[in-house]
Design a protein around this ligand. Sequence first.
Ligand SMILES: [Zn+2]
Length: 102
Amino acid sequence: MGKKRPERTARRAAERSARQMVRDREKLAALSPGGSRERPIAVESAAVIEVRAHATPCPQCEGELRVNEHRTDAGLRVVAVTCNRCHAKRELWFKLVSNEPN
Ligand SMILES: [Zn+2]
């Protein structure tokens, strides 16, 4: 049975390019503000973090993100979010910067 069915080959190619697109979007998301620990979004108070997370569209489908949990990592705030539309999970990074004089 060495003969490949053409529709299967076409489907595989489509699946491959869809996966590639997802990877590209993830790569792009990691380079955008809040996408990684190297690129935290600067916020003045912790109260703003959820607002900013909500305002950030899902990089895969531009759906709204739901905040699951907050944690602290090496002085940065990390929120775990899930897209309400495509259910992709990701993390957004924030850095608290104080406006008060030292
Ligand atoms: Zn999404």
